[in-house]
Design a binder for this molecule. Sequence first.
Ligand code: GLN
Length: 484
Amino acid sequence: MLNQLTISELNAKLTRREVSARETTQACLDQIQRVDGKIHAFLSHDDADALAQADAADKAIAAGEQKPLLGVPIAVKDVLAVKGQPLNCASKILGNFISPYDATAIEKLKAAGAIVFGRLNMDEFAMGSSTENSAFGPTKNPWDITRIPGGSSGGSAAAVAADECIASLGSDTGGSIRQPAALCGCVGLKPTYGRISRYGLVAFASSLDQIGPFTKDVRDAATLLGVMSGVDPRDSTSVPQPVPDYTRALTGDIRGMKLGLPKEYMIGGLDAEVKTSVDEAVKKFQALGAEIVEISLPHTDYAVATYYIIATAEASANLARFDGIRYGARVEGADPIELYAKTRGAGFGSEVKRRIILGTYVLSSGYHDAYYLHAQKVRTLIRNDFLKAFEKVDAIVTPTTPTAAFKIGEKSDDPLQMYLSDIFTISCNLAGICGVSVPCGFTKNPKLPVGLQLLGQPFGEESLLKLAHAYEQATPWHKEKTVI
Ligand code: GLN
C-alpha cells in the first residue's frame, strides 16, 4: 500500500514514474478516512488542497524535476505555521486563527517538493505527555486504542504509525517527539538546539523548543533533518553550522564507536520488559562492533524539577500574548483587564493554566533568584555532565520512556506522575544536545512498542543517525505494523 512506504521508497517509485503523487496522497487520505475516527490523530485536513499540491508535484516529476521530497505527503503538528491553514495549538484560545505565513521549516519542506497537509493533534500548547490535554479530545495509540500515544506530539506519532501520512513534523521541548515516537513505534528525532529555525513554531519554552521529524525509518529522519536544517535570519538562536548530507552517514559500519551507558538511568520505576528490550539493544550494538562504556551523569536527579521551573517560566512569558486582543477567540469584558481575564479563563485548559501560574510564581520578585536563577545554574551542571561524557563516547544510550504506553486516564489526574514519564528525555533539551528514539522491541501482553533513545553531542546528529540506522537495519522492529 502506497501510504505505508517510506520517503526513500516513495521517492524511487515516483522518479521511475511507477506511482503518482496523486495516488499516494489519495492513499493517505483513504487511510485517514478508514482509521482516524478511531485514532483522532488529525484535527483537520484539506483534501482538495492536498490533491492540488499532489497534481503540481506530478507535473514537476513529468517535467523531470528531482527533489528529495517531491510528491511526499507530510502532515504537521498544530503548533507550526502553514500559510492559509488553521493554527490552534490544540487550544480554544486561538479560535478560527488562520496562519498568514509559513514557518521556515515548512518553507523548506515545500521548497523540497513536499505535499504539506493536515493539522495533527497535540497536548494544548505542547504541554503534556499523553495528548489528553488537547482541547479537541485525545488521540489514541494505534497499537491499542485504549492507550495514549504519548505527547505532546501524539497526533504526529499516531499518524505515522497508522500510515495516515508518509512522515510528520512535531516539536520537542522536553521529550515531545521522542516519547510519542517510542510509544507508537516510529522514529522521532530532536535535533540540537539551533539546528532548525524555530521561526513559525509557536513558542512554549523558547530555550528548549526544537522542531523535528517523525518517520518510518532512520534514513527518512536523516533526509528530513537535512532539508529543514540551517541558519535563519528570522531566528537568532539558529546556528550557522554547515548542513551535511545526513544520509551519507548511514553506512551501517559502527565498529569502534563508543556508546555510553549512564548508570543513573537504571531507575526503580523502569518497567521490566522495557529494561529487557534496552539490554538486548545494547548487546546488539556490541555485536555490531560498538564499545559500551559505563558513564555517569550525576545531576540527572534534578532534571525534572529544573525543567518544570525553566519551561513554566518561559511559557508564562510566551503565553502572555494570547490576550483576546491580538489573536483568535475573545470574551468581552467591561474593561481590558476583564476582557483579558475572561478570554484567558475560557480559552486555556487546566494544564496550561497550571503552567502559567507556576511560571509566574517562579519569576516573581522575591522568588526569582531562589527558583529561576537556581534552576539556570543546575541547567549548566546538567549540560556539563553531558559535555564531559561526550569527551569519552560518541553517543549515550538509554530507554526513551520508563514504561510502554499507559491507559487513557491513568495519569491525567496526577500531574506529577505525568511529568515523570519524561524522565529520560528532559535532560537532552536542558543540555541543548540532540536525541533520537528508535523502535527496540515490544511488550508481550498487550503488544506495545518500546523505544531506545540515543543522545548525541551538540551538532552530533551524524553519529547519532549512523548508530540508529545500523541498529535499525540489524533488527526487525521498525518493520512491524499496527493492526488498526
Ligand atoms: N511532557 C513535557 C511537558 O509537558 C514535554 C513537552 C514537550 O516536549 N513539548 O512539558
